[in-house]
Design a protein around this ligand. Structure first.
Ligand code: ADP
Ligand code: MG
Length: 379
């Protein structure tokens, strides 16, 4: 299926004329570094070969209309309206337009199609924001950088959708490159592209989508964020980034048990991201695998954002011979990733299906993802 052609055709049938262009942006998987982004720490995501496509044309008036393949309704705002509310999924693309409104030359029509699984922890939200922001940047002649467009996507999600997410997803979706992960220092927003080198070992990144859906806007994401803010404040730092492993004893003595465990996850996870860079650079697959497992254990036990389905996915991947596995994304559902030999992918899918059925869970979806490039114009 060619999604660029899909987007063009959907635009034509929705609006009765051809779009000026089609822009796409990938979802992302996070290799390691979870909930560290809003603590000014380190994350190591990569773009995936599942993308959202926005077919867009400017209009002559100030109206902005969006249609998605997942919904028959047309949502619209005027550029002169106050901040949009209550528009369901359309708050993501229209939120981007609203945040960029001072760059606007006119309204637009937009049709969206995507193969990024929604709510699976693979950031369909950043994919839709980044494709929209890229389209408007070009059509409005805004001249914004990729980093600026990532910030606009985050602002749309924070201020318009109301989900208090960090900068990782949009940065990955805007800055990703083929066969590589993107180290993001969320304090300086400095980006380093890191070669993954998995293919030379015939390894792939498998995604085990538990099909347990999550919602950042209404889930426990916000309460974890609050715990981190409380922990930082009580320890006298502006963000948990400023702390390292040597601060753990002090944190334990000063904080209540739950806040301490939240803080410990962030401190140890930042260190694991840095250790992962060394493991990748040195080609130490065993260390990489161990770091992924330690990350999962920390999210399960200290940050308490895993669910039984994600734990089972990780266990099953390891029992199938993965070198490492962990839940990815914000948690409370979504997907796990596993690094595994490409010849074992089918066995992994089979084992997950059996294990999930035995546990009485909904059947998971297992597929591999390829590290792919960031937002771009397709047409
Ligand atoms: P994730 O980013 O992990 O997929 P989120 O809850 O952050 O999950 O974002 C998912 C939401 O983004 C959907 O519920 C929907 O509102 C919006 N969205 C994502 N992709 C699309 C799409 N192709 N069409 C319409 N809305 C979408
Ligand atoms: Mg999201």
């Amino acid at each position: 299926m060619n999604l660029t052609a899909n987007a063009q055709a959907g635009f034509l049938s929705s609006f009765g004329y051809a779009p000026t262009g089609v822009w796409s942006a990938p979802g992302r998987a996070n290799l390691i570094g979870e909930h560290t982004d809003y603590n000014n720490g380190f994350v190591l995501p990569f773009g995936i070969n599942f993308r959202t496509y926005a077919a867009v044309s400017l209009r002559t008036d100030r109206i902005c209309k969006v249609v998605s393949e997942i919904d028959s309704r047309v949502y619209e705002i005027s550029l002169d309206d106050p901040k949009p509310t209550g528009l369901d999924w359309a708050l993501y693309p229209l939120g981007v337009a609203w945040v960029m409104r001072d760059k606007a030359t006119s309204g637009f029509d937009c049709y969206i199609t995507s193969d990024v699984p929604i709510g699976a922890g693979l950031s369909s939200s950043a994919a839709i924001e980044s494709s929209m922001a890229s389209a408007l940047n070009e059509l409005w002649g805004a001249g914004l950088s990729r980093k600026e467009l990532a910030l606009i996507g985050q602002q749309a999600e924070n201020q318009v959708v109301g989900a208090p997410t960090g900068i990782m997803d949009q940065t990955a979706s805007m800055m990703a490159q083929n066969d590589a992960a993107v180290l993001i220092d969320c304090q300086s927003l400095e980006i380093t592209v890191v070669d993954l080198g998995l293919s030379k070992h015939d390894l792939v990144v498998a995604v085990i989508d538990t099909q347990v859906s999550h919602s950042h806007a209404h889930g426990g994401y916000g309460s974890r964020r609050t715990s981190c803010e409380v922990g930082a404040k009580e320890l006298g730092v502006s963000s948990l980034r400023e702390l390292s492993l040597s601060d753990l004893p002090r944190a334990q003595s000063q904080l209540d048990d739950e806040t301490f465990r939240r803080v410990r996850h962030i401190i140890t996870e930042n260190q694991r991201v840095l250790d992962t860079l060394i493991a990748l650079r040195e080609g130490h697959l065993a260390s990489l695998g161990r770091l992924l497992l330690e990350s999962h254990a920390s999210m399960r036990d200290d940050f308490e954002i895993s669910v039984a389905e994600l734990d089972l996915a990780v266990e099953t991947a390891m029992a199938t011979g993965a070198i490492g596995a962990r839940m990815t994304g914000g948690g409370f559902g979504g997907a796990a990733i596993a690094i595994i030999h490409k010849d074992k992918l089918a066995e992994l899918a089979n084992n997950c299906e059996l294990a999930f059925a035995k546990a009485g869970f909904k059947a998971p979806r297992v597929f591999s993802v390829t590290p792919s490039e960031g937002a771009k114009r397709e047409l």
